[in-house]
Unconditional design. Structure first.
Length: 157
């Protein structure tokens, strides 16, 4: 009987430690996300000098952080981004960023993993951050939210 009590106690302790680890990890990621969303707008003219001119005038820009050896980036995230581009055309631009080759951008956006995506408006203000794979539906919702804000500002002017 005492052997079972010890096993149950150890199981409860391990479960508590796992739950605490998950909770603190989520808090950390949320804190990083809040820092990105509260940051001052990015000056995209200087940062993306090699970017196409058509994408520089897009009301929404998606920064897609990846690396050469990231399979999820190339097999999952890239097709999802292509579907967003097909649906929105010239109103959305995707800027591919090698997270390893661009450490200053990686730090600025608190990128924790690849793939990661950051949704920016035309001013360079971040509106959403996705750490890890973001499916097409999620990206479309985030892009539509930014486009809705842009349209609301245009109708007020």
């Amino acid at each position: 009987m005492p052997d079972i009590i010890i096993r149950i106690g150890v199981l409860l302790l391990v479960s508590l430690l796992v739950a605490l680890g998950v909770w603190s990890g989520r808090r950390f990621v949320e804190a990083q996300r809040r820092k990105v969303l509260a940051a001052s707008p990015l000056d995209s003219r200087e940062t993306f000098a090699n970017e196409e001119t058509s994408s520089a005038t897009s009301p929404v820009r998606i920064l897609a952080f990846s690396s050469k050896d990231c399979k999820q980036c190339h097999l999952l995230q890239a097709p999802a981004l292509q579907r967003v581009l097909q649906q929105h055309g010239d109103t959305v631009a995707v800027v591919e960023i090698d997270a390893v080759a661009s450490p200053e951008l990686t730090q600025q956006y608190h990128i924790l993993t690849v793939p990661s995506t950051v949704i920016l408006d035309a001013r360079g203000q971040a509106h959403a951050v996705n750490y890890g794979f973001a499916n097409t539906q999620r990206l479309l919702q985030q892009v539509d939210a930014v486009l809705g804000q842009v349209n609301a500002v245009l109708t007020q002017a």
